[in-house]
Ligand binder design. Sequence first.
Ligand SMILES: *Cc1c(COP(=O)(O)O)cnc(C)c1O
Length: 472
Amino acid sequence: MSMTYVSTRGGGEPRRFTDILLEGLAPDGGLYTPAAYPRLTPFEIESFRHLTYPELAFAIVSRFIDDIPPDELRAIINKTYTSETFGSAEITPVLPLGDSGLALLRVSNGPTLAFKDIAMQLLGNLFEAVLARDGRELNILGATSGDTGSSAEYAMRGKRGIQVFMLSPAGKMSPFQTAQMFSLQDANIHNIAVDGVFDDCQDIVKAVSEDAAFKSRYAIGTVNSINWARITAQIVYYFKGYFAATRAAGERVSFCVPSGNFGNILAGHVARCMGLPIDTLVLATNENNVLEEFFRTGVYRPRSSAETRQTSSPSMDISKASNFERYVFDLLGRDGAQVKSLFASLSQSGGFQLTERLAAALASAPIQTGASNHALRLATIRDVYERFGIIIDPHTADGVAVAQRYATRGTPMLCQETALPAKFAETIAAALGTEPPRPKDFAALESLPQRFTSLPADVDAVKAYVAARCSR
Ligand SMILES: *Cc1c(COP(=O)(O)O)cnc(C)c1O
């Protein structure tokens, strides 16, 4: 049976994977999601135990992508998950924290030192293959305040048929993040430093995307976290972590996931739906606790940008969780009409309540939750350093802080390390009084030559810049 994708809002016809790969939202405003999750028997899961990371990735990803020939898909996966790109053949190694029962699942050893590389690197190779097959080109326009933009650029650099136009607020990113992006010399990567703040950059991207004629003439696309291919790639490391932390079939493992847009932990939810014996998923937020509030009370209330705080775990500073709708779709028994009425009216209603549905779902598939804050984050970085000699980044610290509340004897708790501390040196210095070590390839990052264009915060200026660099 072939895999098809449907909208969480129930509209449209089922689509195949390569039809949705280059699209954002479904036409009805929903998110594409598998018509049904693939189910694995305990025997099948156990047969994956000794696979290498690329073999495991193929075993899982091929259940979701069945309209690229298997040999081609295998080749794409093999060239994505290499020890050259991810630092070790394990790709996502597990490091126990002493005998505490906690361990780190290290998912951030990719080129930009954050977990988004795992999915983005695969996305870049999938894009290139599908564009070549169809003789198409794609011009990615995005806005970033740091993480996502650099991850996308490192995934798309040098790819045939793809150009990246990445807007960032001039002078507002950390020197490390700026250098990471601006030191790329690839001709298909265009860094645009906008004279404004991050919201200005986002508004420009939105305005260009709303100009349908411009968008289709110049084949404009995005790389946002709602892309289903990204979720698929993330499912793999839940399996990898499971096998690293267990010895035999049926043993259970819990995961703790520092969360913002609900993309990473959604992959854990799907892995569990596929049959992976996950005991508890622990969702950790920072001060921006939209998701913590939902899993505690059943009330989902997105925040305004004025209510969204800037924190020392900035990659989790979200006002609404863009992947959350896929979880709600499952919670409501995959009733697209009901999802549509909840989300379509969100801007008027300000929120919705699913307390009973949530309680019923969590009874069989537990998700525990907690919110961290600046003081707890720093204390946790200190504590983990003192007890185990390991420096963790501020996002990972939010996870470890919350995970400790839910760790139970006999069930390993894998805390995802979603970024390396080198990216957030200032916060580490505030916690430990010393800067974190840098991976050696990054030693002289800030002194590399930088390549970028400065533009005013003006839609037409950005459009003209893009148009001059696109064919047609
Ligand atoms: C993006 C990001 C997160 C949040 O992941 P979601 O999939 O949005 O929940 C957490 N930590 C780091 C370091 C990130 O870059």
